[in-house]
Design a binder for this molecule. Sequence first.
Ligand SMILES: Cc1cc2nc3c(=O)[nH]c(=O)nc-3n(C[C@H](O)[C@H](O)[C@H](O)COP(=O)(O)OP(=O)(O)OC[C@H]3O[C@@H](n4cnc5c(N)ncnc54)[C@H](O)[C@@H]3O)c2cc1C
Length: 373
Amino acid sequence: MFKNGWLGDLEKQLFGRERNFENPVEMRFGITSERFTARLKQRIPDAQWSGIITATAMKAIERKLVEGVVTLHRDPEHYFFSVPVLARNIEDVYASRGNKPVLSPVLRSLQTAYRQGLTRILVIGAACHLHMLRDFRERFPYLRNMQIYTIGIPCVDNIDRNRWYWVLERISSSPATARHMEFMPDFRIHIRHCDGSTEKIPYFSLPQELSDPAVFPQACMCCFDYLNSLSDITIGYLAAELTPRQDRQWVLVRTEKGRELLDLIKNELERFPEWGEWKCDGFIRQTAGGIIKQMGDIGRTFSADPLIPQWIGHLLSTAMGFIGPKGIGFAHYSADYHMIRHYYYVRYLLPDHQEKLVPAHVPVILREYGLPL
Ligand SMILES: Cc1cc2nc3c(=O)[nH]c(=O)nc-3n(C[C@H](O)[C@H](O)[C@H](O)COP(=O)(O)OP(=O)(O)OC[C@H]3O[C@@H](n4cnc5c(N)ncnc54)[C@H](O)[C@@H]3O)c2cc1C
């Protein structure tokens, strides 16, 4: 990404145009032909949400749309770590379900696919993977001759595996039994443990040292494509309603190939329209000053204590659940929050890379809030 930058020409190559800078929704979510929320009627056990990604990939193999899926399995020794895999059958695709919240070498299996002579593959990855994939495709003829479908996950705050246990120990009271972790739209991190219990930690009560930008990989702090805009279809949860079953997801169809992938599972989905109010600028304005200050303070020592105790944090998270942005507004808020954070990170720490890394729609959004460029 430091060499190629985000979006720009790659977006133009894929869609024939860049995102429309006069369309506030497209500027945040990227180019889409359809967006909706949905749940898989038959939830896949141990998938990250309801398992729409895994179900789609399994169908793509079953219907022979592709011959292999470039994705990840769990590392047998470290539950949250990944190993790259080229899944050639339904069992191997099924085994790829669930998040591995660490930087992962997904694209390594492209070479395996090439060696095995595959001509139709599906790649599941974060935005950095799909940017690299689109770029490799321009540069290496062996990939140009492959029919490649892509499913993108929204991705932010990924962790370097050297840091993973340090981070988990600071979030969970029982890191050894943690089996599932998600940053939820109720302003809490939910950690499910192997005994089935769920630990909930309010964002506001995390140890302050976790707000140190140095905790996250530099590549993630320079990311400007949270919603994976170069995928054929993005499948996340950000704008979906958080129901007690916690299985609603957010689907953004971007290309014709994305529609083909969606068609594979359309009968297995229960669909709902997007919900929530778009407007969230009041919340962004309230937090922007703090983010900018934090990025300017890089290098200072952060306390190991939380800013506020958990019981007050829970009250705040509950209050935010009532008055804070929801659905499409929460996605808008989260996209802008991270974009602002990353813009000032690059500006203060990597000014020489600013021109290459920051896509052209970012200053347009910053100007909307009157933030300094
Ligand atoms: C670090 C991280 C941060 C995320 N942040 C957000 C967010 O802020 N908002 C949001 O809407 N969604 C986010 N997601 C995506 C979300 O958690 C779910 O993966 C997505 O909603 C799909 O759910 P599912 O049940 O369909 O997935 P599943 O059917 O369980 O499939 C998940 C797929 O993602 C692949 N995968 C897992 N970890 C990685 C990884 N590290 N790199 C590449 N591929 C991986 C798996 O191998 C599997 O193929 C994030 C994911 C990760 C890994």
